[in-house]
Ligand binder design. Sequence first.
Ligand SMILES: [Zn+2]
Length: 241
Amino acid sequence: MKMAIKRINITIRTNRQYGDVAILVDRPKFLKRMVELRNKYSIDPTFKETYLEFIFRLQTARKYRDFEKDITNLRRSLDFPSNFSRVVEKAIICNEVSNKDYKSAYLEEIPTSNDPESPDTKYAIIISSLTLKKDVDEVFDNFKSDLKINKEKYKEPSEIDYHSFLLGPKFEYEKSKIKRDREWYWQEKSSKQYKDILEDWNKKCPDPSLDNHYDACKHCVADQNKIEQAVSRYKKLINLS
Ligand SMILES: [Zn+2]
């Protein structure tokens, strides 16, 4: 007797994400293959085995690679991108797909060097044709806020976990002053005295006679101390290895 196929339980609240998942897991081709794969990997139709228990059983039996390959082939045969890998997996193993299983955009750290001495990582946001711009913005915002958390966590650049968010605390500087600081740095590097750097800088003022001028003019607010601090800041920035 042929057993009736139960529909996949989708516990996603947002209509759009719910829909993205539904149009995959309700495909007759998906359901047909799902039954075959459940038979192949002895997946209990009462779903008493949890997801982790199932993965553990497959790994013990050295069948996890095969399973992964089957999942990928099924997804690709239906033209769904990698954003749906976990959806396919959870539907087959648990008959249920939740919020956590589907991301229409997500961050991926792509190691481009396996040398622990010189780790190198690309950060990519993976999208699909179903992704909206706001999904990308959300991933981007989360990435940036993780950088901030990392910055608070690691006070010294050397303490950073080099595989995660390498650029976080290292490359922060005052963007509005960077051209000026670089200029002072190169002057100092060419052995110019700070007092001469200041003098030449002051001379660049377009018109010192203007009223209320001293608060606003970048050529007049500088003093020698300010230049020294800026140069030392800049040196620190470029000497981070
Ligand atoms: Zn001025």
